[in-house]
Design a protein around this ligand. Structure first.
Ligand code: AMP
Ligand code: MG
Length: 328
């Protein structure tokens, strides 16, 4: 029996669910097992709520409504949605347009599961519509207007981080002080796990069972973007889900980008951004931003660490992904 644990192990809960086309993991502790269960349920419900609002595949989502109507007229959206779009635009400005939710003007022409991609002409035509300046926001009316027909947005590069942050807020409001919430490649931790930091493993780009780094974390967020998450290979070229807004083609040069920072919305947007920016520009950006660290895996499988990063524990080959708290 551990000190302070009235309900024995019952108060440490772990749950997984598939939401937002991705795997959700919640692990948390509360001395009262019923509060712990409430926390798990609240996180899963929150993930579903955000998916219903921000999925491009759900016709009734705010996002789908915008893509249908906003080129014709300004569309009023919820405060939460408006704020996330504004936050996306601030990352566009910070990254010189590497992060751009209007990437979807081209993105919808790809189907990674079916191996479908636009031909060069289609891609170039649609890429001309990618520009975050094509989004006009009016804060007083909370409206969004697309300045050109054909413009589309997708929040796939930031919504999971937002969902993780909202989930952590919900847990904290329930008085839960030790938790890990993960949505796909985006995680955030609060407090400790059994008196020790949480471990996040960064997987090898070509082998899901092998880790290239393990990072002990406490009260921070971590996001990983990789070219192995949604992709197909054709004639030796990988087409994957992170799009360079300049070309409308997949961003190439890095294999994976892991960002560590204060909140998951920031780390989610920055992992996608740095992937697009590439090794030099991406690392320069990270090293300029206070409180942000990065581990990059380049095309040769080499690791690159940002200046401030505390030495990450490098596992030997015997370390398996399954021994860690969570793997990205
Ligand atoms: P992540 O796994 O967080 O890197 O997010 C990848 C997702 O971000 C993709 O599946 C797209 O939905 C979206 N995305 C792709 N390219 C961009 C881009 N240049 N800017 C913003 N979002 C993007
Ligand atoms: Mg991201």
């Amino acid at each position: 029996m551990l000190l302070g644990m009235t309900a024995s192990h019952a108060a440490w809960l772990h749950d997984d669910a598939d939401v937002m086309g991705t795997r959700i993991t919640v692990e948390l502790f509360h001395p009262d097992a019923s509060v712990a269960q409430q926390g798990v349920d609240a996180v899963i419900a929150e993930m579903h709520r955000i998916d219903n609002n921000m999925s491009p595949w759900i016709e009734t989502s705010e996002l789908a409504r915008l893509n249908r109507d906003a080129a014709e007229k300004p569309v009023t959206v919820s405060r939460e949605f408006f704020d996330l779009i504004e936050r996306s635009l601030s990352f566009s400005r910070m990254t010189d347009g590497a992060f751009d939710i209007t990437f979807a003007s081209v993105g919808f022409l790809y189907d990674y599961r079916e191996g479908v991609r636009p031909d060069d002409r289609q891609r170039q035509q649609a890429a001309a519509l990618i520009n975050y300046l094509n989004l006009q926001l009016d804060d007083t009316d909370r409206t969004i207007h697309y300045s050109k027909p054909g413009v589309r947005i997708d929040l796939g590069g930031i919504a999971k981080g937002h969902a993780v942050d909202r989930s952590i807020e919900l847990l904290q409001s329930l008085g839960i002080e030790q938790a890990l919430v993960t949505a796909g490649g985006d995680s955030r931790t609060v407090g400790e796990r059994w008196g020790r930091p949480w471990n996040i493993g960064v997987r090898h780009p070509d082998d899901a069972d092998k880790l290239v780094a393990v990072i002990p974390l406490q009260d921070v967020a971590v996001s990983t973007s990789g070219d192995y998450q949604r992709y197909f290979d054709e004639d030796g070229v990988r087409y994957h889900h992170i799009i360079n807004p300049d070309s409308g083609d997949s961003a190439r040069g890095l294999r994976s980008v892991t960002i560590i920072g204060p909140d998951a919305t920031t780390t989610d947007a920055l992992s996608t951004s740095v992937f697009v920016l590439g090794l030099k520009k991406g690392m320069d950006l990270v090293n300029r931003l206070p409180g942000i660290d990065a581990i990059l895996v380049d095309a040769h499988g080499r690791l690159h660490y940002s200046n401030e990063l505390l030495p990450a524990k490098k596992p030997d080959d015997s370390v398996k992904a399954t021994t860690e708290s969570v793997t990205h």
